[in-house]
Design a protein around this ligand. Sequence first.
Ligand code: HPA
Length: 263
Amino acid sequence: MNCTKYIKSITVNYNPKIALILGSGLGEFADSIKKIAEIPYSDLEGFPVSRIAGHAGNLILGEIAGVEIIAMQGRVHYYENGQVEAMKTPIRCFKELGCETVILTNAAGSLDYNAGPGSVMLITDYINFTGVSPLFSETGNERFVNMVNAYNKDLRRKILNIAEDNNIHLSKGVYAWMCGPQFETPAEINALKVLGVNAAGMSTVPETILARQQDMKVLALSVITNYAAGMDNEDLSHEQTMKFANKASQTFKTILTEFIKGF
Ligand code: HPA
């Protein structure tokens, strides 16, 4: 059965307005959700299953502070199988369920010494360094999506105010979508710095494009898990990503919960 129909068939009066995608090491936030149902992606037609540690692979239907949300505990990345349109079904399903806002989260490396591991960055814009698009092979004018203010201005203002009210340092910046799965070289990071990038990661941009095509508002947060390649003496690894994603989890939980409460 089509995934939207399936979700509708197992719920009554469930009308989520917010979809949340939890990135590497951030799946724990799902514990804050009062659950209506938890569905493994493998039970949802068209939902891609991620095989990365730290991505549980469940779709959670529920609410936070009385606000109905739908959350993906983990996502698939372009580098897993080279299928750039992999997140199309989930994003379109959220639209069909009535979601107007998508909150995207990820783990990223910081190019900015003022935003260190364990901190959170609000994404203001992105640069796509992969050369691919989830809209490849689409036809019709709907593929020519406007990406100015891709990250909604009002939502950005709102979360910055929440951070300030809670004494949380929320940095802001440009996110570079790198193809991965290898981390960047120091030379790549130096080049990205010159181009105005503040954080590098391997996700989020395809979901942003797909959500904007559906006219959904997008807010995106990066949990900074490391300084980018060559910026300190640490060797980069997925284990480090997981460790620092957990370190930021309390900050992340506070701002996200307050943000959702306001809906
Ligand atoms: N680069 C790319 N992706 C990442 C990084 C990084 O340094 N850290 C966590 N995800």
